[in-house]
Ligand binder design. Structure first.
Ligand SMILES: [Zn+2]
Length: 175
């Protein structure tokens, strides 16, 4: 029953998104990376944790918003040598809340920078944080310079061996 134990241990923070904003609330917390299973394919190391900070408020147009900040030190997988590459996560988002998809579409059409969400009476913060990290992750992380021995070996096998090229030239000359 490993799955069950993991589920029971998983932390859940649930808020009413509209009430949270109306009351100008603020919350902070952290989540172990081990718990964010949707990220695992892209992590070289699932130890450690991410920190989140959420605030609510009302804008000048009387619209409710949520501000979410997520930070952490992640180890992604280098797409060149497949070993860990450190990546500092720092994501900040403002989500403006609406009661219908049509209102979101209308508001986003007027303001390109606006990100809309539907009012959620049971918003799962851990899931929201996981979504934000997935959006923030680079598509193809790489080291500036791969130094791992395996990486050098891989690089060598991908490129034609210079001695083989030389041998080919010599053969041609002789023809
Ligand atoms: Zn690398």
């Amino acid at each position: 029953m490993r799955g069950f134990r993991f589920y029971a241990a998983a932390k859940m923070t649930v808020i009413h998104s509209a009430e949270f904003a109306q009351e100008a609330k603020e919350l902070k917390g952290s989540i172990p990376l081990a718990q964010l299973s949707r990220l695992h394919d892209q992590l070289a190391d699932t130890s450690g944790e991410v920190h989140w900070h959420i605030e609510g408020g009302v804008d000048r147009l009387q619209r409710l918003w949520l501000y979410l900040e997520v930070t952490g030190d992640l180890q992604l997988v280098c797409q060149r040598c497949l070993t860990g590459v450190p990546w500092p996560l720092h994501s900040e988002t403002v989500l403006t809340q609406f009661t219908s998809e049509a209102d979101i579409d209308e508001a986003e059409a007027i303001d390109e920078d606006l990100e809309g969400m539907l009012i959620d009476p049971a918003l799962d913060i851990e899931a929201l944080v996981e979504d934000e990290i997935l959006l923030a992750l680079p598509i193809a992380p790489t080291h500036t310079q791969c130094s791992d021995k395996d990486a050098l070996a891989k690089l060598a096998s991908d490129k034609p061996n210079p001695f083989a090229v030389l041998a080919q030239l010599k053969t041609r000359k002789a023809e």
